[in-house]
Unconditional design. Structure first.
Length: 500
């Protein structure tokens, strides 16, 4: 009973001192966030938590995004990385608990009888020995080294989870952007083919007129050159279409191939602009949350390094049986047991520990600056997306008016040529301006839609969680600690220093 009381006393002492944790606790850094965005949209709506891609009204786009979230290889890699980070967290947390194991031995040996000291007659030779033991060891985390390591591992796991969510954010935006680009290229090809058909008809008529001497060869060759210019544009557009389809296929987790289309570019609805203020980005963007968790992990490493200055205390114990006869191994007289406590600490390490502390502090400063840089980059992303959306809309409106004016110019020039009031150069000039203007309009119309995609991507929000529900999830590994990493929690919160 005396030995049992001593053991209980040692365990109680370890538990009482377990709340002592060295190193700084994490405190979120002050962020100089602007009150509003420079190009804030007055009619913005609360759309950040909706599946914004469905606002385009194209079921084909919705299906592509669902397929990408389910099959994209980058998402699957990110999910596996989350599982690996959870496993590391489980390994680190194991230090909070006693490590229990077992061992058994069986052996037989012959001892030399030619030694200076002969064996007593009562000692058998050769000898047989059997042993079965249960052992346990436990490091008392008096100074919080294991708690800090666990805090760091948990933050790293959360950072990996935020990185996975960032992959999902980029994936949805990439699929939408690529699809809109594909529909823009389809529109450009339609314009080029329609223009080519018009030019082909003009060449046919001019060849007949030249045959009967009504026009000169100069006019005929001008029409032919115009036709070939339009014909040369189509292969380039078709090449870009194939490349875009292949890029989308890879995002979907497929082999390169054709991609199904839905509505035409001109038939798509234009999503609204999501509302938000700069300070909300701290909670809405996965990359900011990831950078902050990396900062929390680096901050905890300082405490883990400083704890090495203090002595480590461990308890060990064993219980079992040892006997020379297998039949007597588990009888009362064969019982053996032991327990012990040990402590060890540094006196002189030649700068080993101080160097590790300095390294941890420098890493924490680097993580802090990176966190601040990511936030500033997020502000810039939103500003760029907002100004891009505003200016591309103005540009598309101007190009639409220009296309209408050039179409009327070409129509009137053709009428004047047919009436004999002008030469064909006037018609050629009008048509040569109209074709590239229509192509530019189709390109920038696609950019107008993509500008809305960039806004949703830069602002983040609850839509990432909605997309996350459709994505490949990390499979639980069955461990009691790492089976569930919190899906989403408020940025800036860290595990209390005394919690496992």
């Amino acid at each position: 009973m005396t030995e049992l009381r001593c053991a209980i006393l040692l365990f109680s002492l370890g538990a009482a001192l377990g709340g002592c944790t060295v190193g700084p606790d994490y405190v979120r850094a002050e962020i100089d966030a602007p009150q509003t965005f420079r190009y804030e949209v007055q009619d913005a709506r609360e759309l950040a938590d909706t599946e914004w891609w469905k606002q385009f009204g194209d079921p084909a786009l919705d299906g592509l995004i669902d397929e990408a979230l389910a099959n994209n290889k980058s998402v699957q890699i990110a999910a596996a990385n989350v599982q690996a980070a959870a496993a590391i967290l489980t390994q680190t947390r194991s230090g909070f608990f006693p490590q229990v194991g077992y061992q058994g031995n069986a052996g037989r040996q012959q001892i030399s009888e030619s030694n200076a000291t002969s064996l007593p007659p009562t000692v058998p030779n050769p000898q047989t020995a059997y042993e079965a033991l249960l052992g346990a060891s436990w490091e008392l985390d008096l100074w919080g080294r294991i708690r800090r390591l666990s805090e760091s591992a948990r933050a790293s796991a959360l950072a990996t989870e935020e990185a996975r969510r960032g992959v999902i954010l980029s994936l949805v935006a990439s699929v939408a952007t690529s699809y809109l680009q594909l529909r823009s290229l389809d529109y450009q090809r339609e314009i080029a083919q329609r223009t080519l058909a018009t030019y082909a008809e003009s060449v046919r008529l001019f060849e007949l007129q030249f045959k009967y001497g009504q026009i000169s060869q100069l006019t005929l060759e001008q029409a032919r050159s115009q036709y070939e210019a339009a014909a040369a544009a189509i292969p380039q557009i078709e090449r870009d279409i194939a490349l875009t389809e292949n890029a989308i296929s890879l995002l979907l987790g497929r082999n390169p191939g054709a991609v199904a289309r839905g509505k035409a570019l001109t038939e798509l609805a234009l999503p609204g602009v999501p509302a938000g203020v700069p300070s909300q980005l701290l909670e809405r963007r996965p990359d900011i949350a990831q950078a902050e968790q990396q900062l929390i992990a680096a901050n905890a490493q300082i405490g883990a390094a400083r704890a090495q200055y203090f002595p480590s205390i461990s308890l060990t114990g064993a219980f079992g049986s040892a006997s020379g006869q297998l039949s007597d191994l588990f009888s009362g007289p064969a019982r053996v047991w032991s327990y012990a406590g040990a402590f060890a600490g540094p006196i002189f390490t030649g700068g080993l520990i101080s160097g590790q502390v300095a390294q941890a502090e420098a890493s924490q400063q680097a993580a802090l600056v990176n966190y601040q840089a990511v936030i500033q980059g997020a502000f810039a992303d939103v500003e760029n997306a907002l100004v891009g959306r505003e200016k591309i809309a103005q540009q598309v409106d101007a190009e639409s008016r220009r296309v209408k004016a050039l179409a009327e110019y070409a129509r009137l020039a053709q009428l004047k040529y047919d009436g004999g009031y002008t030469d064909y150069l006037t018609v050629l000039n009008a048509q040569q301006q109209l074709f590239p203007a229509e192509i530019n309009y189709a390109q920038n119309l696609g950019q107008k839609y993509n500008a809305l995609v960039n806004i949703y991507k830069s602002m983040g929000g609850g839509w990432v969680d909605r997309a996350d529900a459709l994505a490949s999830q990390p499979a639980p590994d069955g461990s009691p600690f790492a089976a569930q990493i919190p899906r989403r929690e408020a940025a800036g919160t860290a595990t209390p220093s005394g919690a496992p």
